[in-house]
Design a protein around this ligand. Structure first.
Ligand SMILES: Cc1ncc(COP(=O)(O)O)c(C=O)c1O
Length: 399
């Protein structure tokens, strides 16, 4: 067998790309810049008219009755945990295959996260394992639309409704899935509350930012209050100097500068999604049936938003681990990443919850790679990723 490892860039060979293709990159146009500049020149850098305008546009796009903007996805998750009524003695069932912020919000509220394992094809939380993790203390189910595919909310709803301690609140961490649909229904309308992250790596950005989408008027009121120190009426609604803090809240407000960017971006959301879906389809077509990789399964009824594309290495057919493949791909100029280190494997969580069992998430993590996918990427860029994957995996093949 010929040794192909000498050709790898990590060993001094010519790289597939001479400049790094990042795994994510925001799309910013002159119109975005002009919208932000107009906000900067206005009287309102924050708590002005652009935030409610952006909220109305987000609500109208997603079909949710309310969109409540926050300063980050993490702040929005914190708000959702509080609005769901989570507190000491309560539990929320969530997935280990997510960014730590998803589980952290449960702890912020003084409640305890419980981890339910994922589906081996999609890496989405499995309603069956959620059912097994539920106890009389469960007050919420916190699913994550991993990689941009909606979780199975109909099945999760029936698990939530049947919780032994009374119906649990169903929360979607939709940080990856703005614009996705499930059986024709839009993300934002599938759970009691859906959380968006508007970080630059995400589908749409406000710089830092987030939002909660909900149809429930009561939850919306609570969320608005919570993001503004727990003060009842917002600034614009006040008639004089008085205001009343009715519960402990935070300053989690989005700025008008961020909202201006968000509104401008939202006018291009359909094009963003079309491009992401085209790139994902290209990856799936070129990498499906690959000798050394497995591509994700698409969830039944899902039209994903594809925040990122992930593959799993067939380590049984390679003579190196994921770390070597990762480093070799980076040397080839491909900005691969890994989403995610399972939450319960972080030191903080390991110490507190040493007995978590999530064998599917753990096994997937050992083999996971995130491939570059963003709106400004070309099909030729995706072909470079495929070429680098072919080059590196065939150089490292076993036998
Ligand atoms: C699934 C998920 N949840 C929550 C967050 C936190 O969002 P933010 O970075 O906007 O606070 C992220 C972002 O990294 C995420 O990917």
């Amino acid at each position: 067998m010929t040794d192909l490892t000498a050709d790898l860039a990590i060993n001094g060979g010519a790289p597939v790309r001479t400049t790094l293709l990042p795994y994510a990159r925001q799309s910013i146009t002159d119109e975005d810049v002009a919208a932000v500049a107009a906000a900067l020149r206005s009287d309102w850098l924050t708590t002005g008219p652009r935030v409610p305008a952006f909220e109305r546009e987000l609500a109208s796009y997603t079909g949710a009755r309310h969109a409540i903007a926050f300063s980050s996805g993490t702040a929005a998750l914190h708000g959702a945990a509080i609005a769901a009524g989570l507190g000491p003695g309560d539990e929320a069932v969530t997935t280990p295959m997510t960014f730590v912020a998803t589980a952290n919000c449960v702890l912020y509220a003084g409640a305890e996260p419980r981890f339910a394992d994922v589906d081996p094809g999609t890496l989405l939380i499995r309603p069956e394992t959620v059912r097994e993790a539920i106890t009389t203390r469960t007050r919420a189910i916190l699913a994550v639309d991993y990689a941009g595919q909606p979780a199975d909310y109909a099945a999760l709803r029936s698990v939530a409704d049947g919780a032994p301690g009374g119906p649990a609140v169903l929360i979607a961490d939709a940080s990856h899935s703005l614009g996705a649909t499930l059986h024709g229904r839009r993300v934002g309308t599938l759970a009691d509350m859906s959380i968006l992250s508007l970080h630059p790596a995400k589908i749409l950005t406000t710089g830092e930012g987030g939002a909660v989408l909900t149809d429930d008027d009561r939850l919306a009121d609570r969320l608005r209050r919570f993001r503004n120190h727990g003060i009842g009426a917002e600034l614009a609604a006040r008639r004089d100097w008085t205001y009343d803090m009715v519960e402990l809240g935070y300053n989690y407000r989005l700025t008008d500068i961020g909202a201006a960017l968000g509104s401008s971006q939202l006018t291009r959301i359909d094009a963003f999604l079309e491009r992401r879906r085209a790139l994902a389809a290209h990856y799936l077509a070129r990498l499906g049936g690959h000798a050394y990789l497995e591509v994700p399964a698409v969830a039944p009824g899902a039209h994903p938003a594809w925040h990122f594309m992930f593959v799993r290495l067939r380590l049984d057919r390679l003579r190196v681990g994921r770390g070597e493949v990762f480093r070799a791909l980076r040397a080839e100029g491909i900005g691969v990443n890994v989403h995610y280190i399972p939450v319960h494997r972080h030191s903080f969580y390991r110490e507190r919850y040493p007995d978590v069992s999530a064998p599917i998430a753990e096994a997937a993590y050992e083999r996971l790679l995130t491939l570059p996918l963003f709106t400004g990427m070309s099909t030729a860029d995706a072909d470079d990723v495929v070429a680098a994957l072919d080059k590196v995996t065939s150089a490292y093949r076993a036998g």
